[in-house]
Design a protein around this ligand. Structure first.
Ligand SMILES: *[C@@H]1O[C@H](CO)[C@@H](O)[C@H](O)[C@H]1NC(C)=O
Ligand SMILES: *[C@@H]1O[C@H](CO)[C@@H](O)[C@H](O)[C@H]1NC(C)=O
Ligand SMILES: *[C@@H]1O[C@H](CO)[C@@H](O)[C@H](O)[C@H]1NC(C)=O
Ligand SMILES: *[C@@H]1O[C@H](CO)[C@@H](O)[C@H](O)[C@H]1NC(C)=O
Ligand SMILES: *[C@@H]1O[C@H](CO)[C@@H](O)[C@H](O)[C@H]1NC(C)=O
Length: 159
């Protein structure tokens, strides 16, 4: 055991002072993974993607282009990620705006423009405290814009 420890230390030493531990887990919480999976299944994304807890960590560009999300992984001393942006615009989605969006509790920007979403604009969007930009343009959504959504601190609230 002692020998194993010493040899491990030697190896770390050989990697030099720039070595960074890669073992810090940066995970997306299970509620957010489930929400993304459920939303993706319900709406039928053009490019289906198998979401898991490590979707945010490897490469932000990968997350943006393939999974259609951006994350902030600085929570809990860089151990926890939260989805901050969802870009599923022009993604072949059809259905209602799913309630699981509300489980992405740190969502700041939501772009579902250019899909075949129908039904009412749900008022839970107005209760999402981090959300400031919503684009639901170019869908078949109907009905009034709920008061709660009207209160969004929206910069570009294209509904
Ligand atoms: C999403 O949020 C609702 C309401 O807070 C909760 O009942 C539900 O369990 C959550 N879903 C997931 C997948 O965590
Ligand atoms: C999570 O998904 C990514 C991308 O599809 C994949 O490379 C990785 O192996 C998966 N991780 C786990 C723990 O399943
Ligand atoms: C989190 O990661 C960033 C960027 O790598 C780093 O600058 C910061 O010091 C880290 N914070 C903690 C608490 O480890
Ligand atoms: C949402 O995506 C569309 C592309 O489909 C883009 O034209 C639009 O500017 C985006 N909305 C916002 C608010 O960034
Ligand atoms: C939004 O928040 C208001 C005020 O807290 C509450 O009455 C309402 O039920 C919430 N709506 C949804 C859809 O969560």
């Amino acid at each position: 055991m002692l020998i194993i420890c010493i040899s491990l230390m030697l190896h770390l030493w050989q990697l030099g002072p720039d070595f960074k531990f890669q073992t810090i887990a940066q995970n997306l919480p299970p509620e957010e993974v489930s929400a993304l999976k459920d939303m993706s299944n319900k709406l039928g994304r053009k490019q289906p993607f198998e979401f898991n807890a490590s979707v945010c960590i490897d490469d932000q560009r990968f997350a943006i282009f393939v999974a259609g999300i951006s994350c902030d992984c600085t929570y809990d001393n860089n151990r926890t990620c939260h989805v901050t942006k969802l870009f599923w615009n022009d993604d072949g989605l059809t259905g209602n705006v799913p309630e699981e969006v509300a489980n992405l509790t740190h969502l700041e920007e939501l772009n579902l423009s250019g899909n075949e979403l129908y039904g009412a604009i749900p008022d839970f969007l107005g209760n999402m405290t981090s959300l400031y930009q919503v684009d639901l343009s170019n869908n078949q959504l109907s009905g009034p814009i709920p008061d709660s959504v009207g209160n969004l601190k929206a910069q570009a609230q294209n509904l």
